[in-house]
Design a protein around this ligand. Structure first.
Ligand SMILES: C[S@@+](CC[C@H](N)C(=O)[O-])C[C@H]1O[C@@H](n2cnc3c(N)ncnc32)[C@H](O)[C@@H]1O
Length: 274
């Protein structure tokens, strides 16, 4: 369990200030925001799971997620951009059901302190599921995640989940940020499940932000990874991260696929036999 250290408190306060300033620096015009409820800079929608019920999304999760796990008695997962935690808690149930002999631990992270507070409030699995407010790009992320792993005697996460987050990273951090994100996720993971948003969602996210008077995404027009975003992500995962595709799901009702990638050379070692 992560202790609430001075560093975690600092992270939390920094997250809170960042989120408040990002919400306040360009106040939402009431009319625009009512007419554009989907406007957001980071995808930090407060009512996300009212529109995307977490239980329904579990139907797409590939069995290969747990089939490829090593023999360790513990399965440790990371959910990046966990929002209010509904999907993280469903993932916990799914993994517990399918790996009944393992102890499951999941850490969900999100940059928005309000969303994390909600996730913590609804967390009925607090011994196994942890929610931490942290921006994936913050300097402390590596420390937070490596402490979480080492407390569980793990070198890497058995699985990392990137559900509907790649577009927000890409829009805010550009092509180089997307590459860095994927490389960093892969470096601490055995398998990675990605649900990339297609290119048309980028345009619609920008349109909604503009209509809500929240500015724009300054990097959007200069992005070289465009149109077939899924293909670009796959190329980064293959060429830069040395991960290979294991499984592609059918499209869900909002036309997105889940794609599972696995580290090419299996370097599982000591901790798996611990
Ligand atoms: C569209 S929501 C998806 C929520 C969840 N992953 C799902 O698919 O059900 C994207 C989430 O990613 C979070 N997010 C965006 N950029 C992030 C970053 N750099 N670090 C951590 N979380 C981030 C947002 O706050 C938001 O809650």
């Amino acid at each position: 369990m992560i202790a609430l250290s001075a560093r975690n408190c600092r992270d939390f306060i920094k997250c809170a200030l960042d989120a408040i300033s990002s919400r306040m620096s360009k106040p939402v015009d009431a009319g625009s925001s009512r007419s554009e409820p989907g406007a957001s800079r980071h995808g930090n929608f407060i009512d996300y799971y009212r529109f995307h019920p977490a239980e329904e999304r579990m139907r797409q999760i590939p069995e290969a997620i747990y089939e490829s796990a090593g023999p360790s008695p513990m399965f440790v997962a990371l959910d990046i951009g966990c929002n209010t935690g509904d999907l993280t808690l469903e993932l916990y149930k799914f993994l517990s059901k399918n790996l009944p002999e393992r102890k499951i631990s999941i850490i969900g992270i999100d940059l928005d302190p309000v969303l994390i507070e909600r996730a913590q409030e609804k967390n009925d699995q607090f011994e196994s599921v942890t929610f931490v407010c942290i921006d994936f790009f913050s300097n402390d992320r590596e420390n937070v995640l490596s402490s979480y792993l080492s407390e569980r005697h793990k070198k890497r996460f058995d699985a990392s989940f990137c559900f509907s987050i790649t577009m927000w990273i890409h829009l805010n951090k550009g092509d180089a940020g997307l590459e860095l994100f994927l490389r960093d996720v892969c470096s601490c993971s055995e398998v990675v499940l990605v649900e990339p948003q297609p290119w048309r969602c980028y345009r619609s996210a920008a349109r909604r932000l503009r209509r809500a008077n929240l500015g724009d995404f300054p990097l959007l027009e200069g992005l070289e990874y465009r149109d077939e975003v899924q293909r670009h992500i796959e190329k980064i995962l293959r060429d830069q991260c040395k991960f290979r595709r294991l499984h592609v799901s059918e499209k869900n009702e909002w036309q997105r696929r889940l794609i599972l990638y696995k580290r090419c050379h299996d370097e599982r070692t000591h901790e798996d036999s611990a």
